[in-house]
Design a protein around this ligand. Structure first.
Ligand SMILES: [Zn+2]
Length: 91
């Protein structure tokens, strides 16, 4: 599973087979800056370990950004407001 800032993305789904888009348009991690969903889908299909590494880079970047935003919101006393802005927190 991958976290494209707006929910969970399953790269093994065939819908990504020819998708030239990055995992996330708003992410500036190495994976999103250099590789398409189609390429990551291909790596998953052939069992290439590079795919797992690239997905981990993206997910770790996502969590670092998430934690940075939470720390800043706590320091500013705006945690509840910040949480409400997180796209994946919408019901
Ligand atoms: Zn990314």
């Amino acid at each position: 599973m991958l976290y494209p800032q707006v929910g969970v993305l399953h790269i093994k789904n065939a819908t990504h087979r020819h998708n030239p888009a990055p995992l996330s348009e708003t992410c500036d991690c190495y994976t999103c800056s250099h590789f398409s969903r189609a390429y990551l889908h291909h790596l998953h299909r052939i069992g290439e370990p590079l795919g797992a590494r690239l997905k981990s880079i993206h997910n770790l970047h996502f969590y670092q950004d998430l934690m940075r935003g939470l720390r800043e919101a706590i320091a500013a006393g705006q945690l509840q407001d910040h949480i409400a802005t997180l796209p994946f927190m919408a019901a």
